[in-house]
Design a protein around this ligand. Sequence first.
Ligand SMILES: [Zn+2]
Length: 262
Amino acid sequence: MLKITPIPIIQDNYAWLIQNQGKTLVVDPGEAKPILDYLQQQNLQLDYMFVTHKHWDHVTGIAQVKAAFPECVIYGTGHHDIPCREIALMGGETFDLMGLHWRVWHTPGHTLDHIVFHTQSQEDNGIIQDHIFSGDNLFACGCGRMFEGTAEQFHTSLQSIISLPLTTKIYCTHEYTLANIDFSLHIEPNNTYTLHRQDVCTELRAQNLPTLPTTVADELKSNPFVRCNSPDVIRAAEHFSGKVLGKPEEVFAVIRQIKDQF
Ligand SMILES: [Zn+2]
């Protein structure tokens, strides 16, 4: 039975712990101690690590976790040097691990080296559930900063995630949801779904619970970065830029610019 647990690390990151068929994997171990403490409390060995991109808050814990579990195999982006990485992934790979079938794809935009990991599980009722580990690419109601790459690349990367089935669970690596919702409401003040989501997520955070994972359906209804065809999002981008914006990637570029100054 697939079990996926967020381990809070650093200030507002999550390292996702994935357990299936007696094996354990951690995604983006940006800090070792909370992960090692959790594994010890649960009496677990670590078998694999996945690394989405090069940023310090995703890689800093790798060496220390590897020292504690020398047999652990590290899969990471092949577009940049990643500490201790054994298997370099460029995107386009598929492989079986822990009884799960994995697909990897390249999602440049936040950084040029960014990759994401997709898998599926079968629920008790027989329904296939999609899962994607999106790193700093797509966030709940937001997306990562555009440090490298172009708006067109980032927009394409986000669209590749959002074209998964509506029920797909999205496991991103930051608890930025409430701040992102404030921005989403700045762009689309009349989006009733975002207002509802603000209530739900405020309640979760008041109980110190994660607002994640999110889903494709939630993002399509409330995330301005994947709603670049929505009239309110286009209007906000055109108002800010003072230009008529013909393409969704142009709208995306402007929305990203507004967020940087928000
Ligand atoms: Zn990052």
